[in-house]
Design a protein around this ligand. Structure first.
Ligand code: FAD
Length: 426
């Protein structure tokens, strides 16, 4: 099987790219020339995984099926996991896949391409910490759903336990850890609402951050605001705390042992350990090293999003953020459209940092919006910050569903929440 453009990974970046290219080429040509491959059958925008974990977002309502997205946006889709790549022969191999009973679901396949885009994302960095692999991760929907299931069990157990308390430790005070703790507090409040009086229990959340402040990538003012807001909600924030080991029911840290029934690892960013085997140059975080045109060490093979180390400013690489993946999708859509027309239109990719917003629960957010590198910088907080934060999610839906369907979906979800409540308790 051969496609002119093969995109591996239908996440924040890869799916937007496939949708843009398919729509540009139109119904017949798009499906013939563009193939998207993902190892799952439905798409969830990764920045919402902490909401799935807390149960404030339901994957069955939120998930969008790839075959339907492919039909609507005029590209082809196949389920598969990238297992091997031969950049010189311009072929890739997809691993065989099995169902839950171990029966073959999809065979091993080889796909030939003219142009390949790797958009397979990344995960957390365990920094070689003993036992860290036993903590909950938030790398994909399955991780988030597993955590949600354990959370509901832990909530129920705590509501009958003599001490009426549940301790959760979150390793990593970046946006993921901060946002998860805020969602967990709301989930807990909603769980208690309506629960028999004698079953109400306390939720003790501790965030551990090795650096001297949480949200280290954001301005100090935002870190301080977020820390105060979390502490007001009862979260313990331990900065300068190095986690030395994860053990059953506790964290061993440079600031002493932290007991916890549930431990989430939300620190660092690292791409898949299998990436260096693909015959492309990679860095120590297993990201594919790309040039300022997002091309890897093999011509005709591009990488974008969290799996790519793209040059930025002052020797740094572009941060692993949804806004970077989104901008890279726009860029590669125009580069690859030109390539398909046998034209070359390849100015260097310019990343524009629009700032970052962090959600602190249903009605509050903090963050900074930037006018660009060196441009004016606005601090923003409260409901407006939260609204802008939510609008980024809608912008992603708009890129893959169009404006009309995004409005209908947003309204449907609002109504559903009004009827069934915000928290998924089953
Ligand atoms: C809880 C959380 C909150 C976040 N909040 C924010 C935020 O507020 N703002 C922000 O800018 N960023 C945020 N991020 C980061 C953001 O989600 C990522 O930067 C972004 O999703 C990267 O997009 P991507 O396309 O590179 O990868 P992803 O969105 O991770 O997509 C990768 C895709 O590749 C598929 N895949 C992986 N390996 C293979 C394989 N071998 N074969 C086939 N398919 C494969 C996966 O199934 C997935 O669909 C958050 C991340 C998390 C975890």
């Amino acid at each position: 099987m051969h496609y002119d453009i093969v995109i591996v990974g239908g996440g924040a970046g890869g799916l937007e790219l496939a949708a843009q290219l398919g729509r540009k080429l139109g119904r017949r040509k798009g499906a013939e020339r563009i193939l998207l491959i993902d190892r799952t059958v439905f798409h969830i925008w990764k920045p919402t995984l902490h909401e799935v974990a807390a149960g404030t977002l339901d994957t069955h309502q939120e998930g969008l099926s790839y075959p339907i997205l492919a039909r609507r946006n005029h590209f082809s889709f196949t389920l598969g996991e990238l297992a091997a790549l031969d950049p010189a022969a311009r072929t890739l191999t997809l691993a065989p896949m099995a169902d839950e009973q171990g029966r073959e679901l999809a065979p091993e396949r080889t796909i030939a391409f003219t142009h390949l885009v790797l958009a397979i994302g990344g995960g957390a960095n365990l920094f070689g910490t003993p036992g860290a692999e036993t903590a909950h991760l938030l790398e994909n929907t399955a991780d988030a759903e597993r955590f949600h299931h354990r959370l509901l069990t832990a909530f129920t157990r705590a509501s009958f336990a003599p001490e009426r308390a549940l301790a959760i430790a979150i390793v990593g005070g970046g946006a993921t850890g901060v946002e998860l703790s805020a969602e967990l507090i709301e989930a807990h409040a909603e769980f208690l609402d309506g629960l028999a009086k004698d079953q109400r229990f306390r939720l003790d959340i501790t965030i551990l951050e090795a650096a001297e402040r949480i949200l280290g990538a954001l301005p100090e003012k935002i870190s301080a605001q977020a820390q105060t807001a979390l502490e007001r909600k009862g979260v313990t924030v331990l900065t300068g705390a190095r986690v030395q080991a994860v053990e059953e029911g506790r964290l061993v840290t440079s600031k002493g042992d932290i007991p916890a029934a549930l431990i989430v690892w939300a620190a660092g960013v690292k791409a898949a350990d299998t990436n260096p085997a693909f015959g492309l140059e990679t860095n120590r975080l297993n990201q594919f090293v790309v040039n300022d045109r997002l091309e890897t060490s093999a011509p005709g093979v591009w990488a974008m999003g969290d799996c790519a180390a793209a040059p930025w400013t002052e020797g740094r690489t572009i941060p692993a953020r949804a806004q970077a993946a989104h901008q890279q999708a726009d860029y590669l859509a125009s580069v690859l459209t030109a390539r398909l027309a046998e034209r070359r239109h390849e100015p260097a990719f310019q990343y524009r940092d629009f700032g970052s917003l962090v959600s602190l629960g249903e009605s509050r957010g903090v963050g900074s919006l930037m006018g660009g590198l060196g441009g004016p910088n606005f601090f923003i907080e409260g409901l407006i910050a939260k609204w802008i934060y939510m609008s980024l999610h809608l912008a992603h839906h708009r890129a893959i569903l169009g404006t009309g369907k995004t409005i209908v979906l947003a309204l449907a979800r609002l109504l559903q929440e009004r009827v069934s409540g915000r928290l998924k308790l089953h």
